[in-house]
Design a protein around this ligand. Structure first.
Ligand SMILES: Cc1ncc(COP(=O)(O)O)c(C=O)c1O
Length: 465
């Protein structure tokens, strides 16, 4: 691996004072963090002035890149006129009203009301509470379980982390809590059986869901939550027909579909919403991240009229609607949300993603010939490259060897920030990326892959443990 340069002053101070999320904190003690100082366009720069193409839009969120003047102006204007207000106790703000109206206009299914949160996790936690509240309102007190999927990512608050279907979010954290079930992950490459077609795989996933619902009792299940394309589970694009098959079973049993559009919203997959790309017909939607192009934290839950009416009746009956976050619908976030959507519309960002997606797909497909690559998968401008020890048998590396993490470090050395999810390397570049920049990102990644191959061969990491 790469030699470790001496720590900078900022790195040393960071180690001394900051507890980092999603970080092997024992290693950070010696290696220190990559401290980012500023950003412009699709590039970020560390505090020593080295530039990196931000191939992940930060955390799948800075879709308009860095230093976007129109957003900066909108934020400044909002901070001057009203830096903070809330929506509790029948208060309102112009920016929240405007953003809710915009979201209703662009939503993929009919939406009546928008509830604002500060993050994606809070949006999904709210979804669960709303599903429970709805079924209490409808006199169905037992219809409360939520079905999620293995490898799903829905956030880290207690309920959102329970919905998440990744062991790392459960082990050591006493999760998941009860009332949460995980059905099959729709990843054909990893979970398809020998000789099974994609269509048969879809039928098996659907049957497995049906069996789970029948085993648990349909009258105990409130909702099914799904990211149209799974993001943090490794960018998993379900095979054709998957959501249609799932939806039919949910409809049969009066179970609502919640779309977690926290990553896939606002053009990422080549439509405004991932639901549209993947053929989902959700009842309610969670959004965050690109909602404000990541210039301020904000999340949203969108609900249709019939569910809203159930809340109205129930809150009248019990005398309260006891849910809300201090910063949910923060005027700064809402003003940025309004401006981000205006930019997506006037610059035709969806069209831009569609225009550049074939190049993204072509560069992804070309990587399949590399000796380290087992599969590449993508939708619009998000994708992943899965590294394997044996291409023929799809055998993975021993996770302890940290091959994905090693390759992501080589990426950094070549000036590209990409994220290792186990041994899959995720791509989610800003949607404003040009063809030249995208080619440069893949050129840098290819160099990192070659470094990875040399390292794996030299260290004998393909040998089974
Ligand atoms: C699909 C999805 N849902 C929810 C979340 C959680 O969002 P947040 O980190 O804003 O709480 C994420 C974060 O990556 C996500 O990818």
């Amino acid at each position: 691996m790469l030699n470790q340069p001496p720590l900078t002053n900022l790195q040393a101070r960071d180690i001394n004072a900051v507890l980092h999320p999603y970080t092997p904190i024992h290693k950070l003690q010696t290696n220190g963090p990559l401290v980012i100082g500023h950003g412009k366009g699709v590039y970020v720069y560390d505090t020593q002035g080295r530039g990196y193409i931000e191939g992940m839009s930060g955390l799948w969120c800075a879709g308009l890149g860095f230093g976007e003047e129109e957003l900066i102006e909108a934020a400044t204007e909002q901070l001057r006129s009203l830096p903070y207000y809330h929506l509790f106790g029948a208060k309102g703000t112009e920016s929240a009203i405007e953003l809710a109206e915009k979201l209703k206009e662009i939503a993929p299914v009919p939406i009546s009301k928008v509830f604002f949160t500060s993050s994606g996790s809070e949006a999904n936690d709210t979804q669960v509470k709303f599903a429970w509240y709805m079924n209490n309102a409808m006199g169905r007190p037992n219809k409360k379980k939520i079905i999620s999927r293995v490898k799903a990512y829905h956030g880290v608050t207690v309920m959102a982390a329970s919905l998440t279907g990744l062991p790392g979010n459960h082990i050591g954290w006493d999760l998941p809590v009860d009332r949460v079930l995980h059905t099959d992950c729709p990843h054909y490459y990893r979970f398809g059986k020998d000789g099974e077609s994609e269509a048969e795989f879809v039928q098996r996933a659907a049957q497995s869901l049906r069996d789970m619902i029948e085993r648990e009792g349909p009258d105990t299940i409130a909702a099914f939550i799904a990211e149209p394309v799974m993001g943090a589970g490794g960018v998993i694009v379900p095979p054709a027909g998957y959501y249609e098959a799932i939806q039919a079973i949910l409809d049969e049993h009066d179970i609502i579909m919640i779309a977690d559009e926290v990553i896939t919203g606002f053009g990422r997959t080549g439509n405004w919403w991932g639901s549209q790309t993947l053929g989902m017909k959700p009842k309610t939607i969670s959004a965050a991240k690109q909602l404000t192009a990541a210039y301020a934290p904000l999340g949203a839950v969108m609900v249709p009229e019939d569910i809203y009416q159930a809340y109205v009746d129930h809150s009248a009956q019990i005398g309260s609607f006891g849910h809300g976050f201090t910063y949910g619908g923060h005027p700064l976030g809402c003003a940025l949300g309004v401006k981000a959507i205006e930019i997506y519309q006037k610059r035709d960002i969806v069209g831009q993603v569609r225009k550049i997606a074939p190049l993204f797909a072509a560069r992804m497909e070309k990587l399949r010939d590399h000796p380290l690559v087992g599969e590449t998968r993508f939708s619009g401008l998000m994708g992943a490259v899965e590294l394997v020890a044996d291409k023929k048998t799809k055998r993975s590396f021993d996770p302890k060897q940290g091959v994905g993490m090693g390759v992501s470090k080589f990426c950094e050395a070549h000036g590209a920030i990409l994220r290792a999810i186990g041994d899959s390397i995720a791509f989610c570049p800003p949607m404003i990326i040009t063809e030249a920049e995208l080619n440069e990102l893949f050129d840098r990644f290819e160099k990192a892959l070659d470094d990875g191959e040399a390292w794996v061969s030299k260290e004998g990491l393909r040998t089974p443990a």
